[in-house]
Design a protein around this ligand. Sequence first.
Ligand code: SF4
Length: 188
Amino acid sequence: MQNLSTFKLIERISTLIRAEERKKHATLGLQPIHIQVLDYLNDYNSYSNTAVGLTEYFGLTKGTVSQTLQVLERKGYIEKQLDEEDARVTHLLLSKNGELLLKNANNDDVFNQAQQAVLSKQYATLDDALRMTLFTLQKSCDIKSFGSCDDSCVHFNVEENHYTCRKTRLPVWQIETHKICREHRLPA
Ligand code: SF4
């Protein structure tokens, strides 16, 4: 994995988190953007908790933000409140159900495990810490590691500068040893 840049590691962690969120909230008829919007509304102040603020922050169209808010309002996760000074402004607030949903989403065991694993050790570089976060999340979520041969794959074999894959029992070209493989497997 040492060939992945810091931003690629962040992107992979983000992709994994979104995929897990998608699975988890699908049963409630929600998509990751719905949880992200609730998170935003929980954290941002009264100048920002508006449809315009969401449009600017997420870079979405007004139509997409409007549809997202309709779903959240219909399901009872947000409430609208007119601004006391300016009736043209509508603030978006979390309802009790919205707060509860967000609390449960943020208390997820998988992410807590990853956090504990990262906080319990010291890392020489940011990439090392991110790599550990990614591995821990992959293990906790029981999903494939998608690493490269030279990134601790148990199937990788080096003999006198020749590379082979024990899984496929075929040679691996050097240029391929840095590329990401769906058959990659981390040591136990
Ligand atoms: S399984 Fe994939 S990553 Fe692992 S050694 Fe074989 S080709 Fe490389």
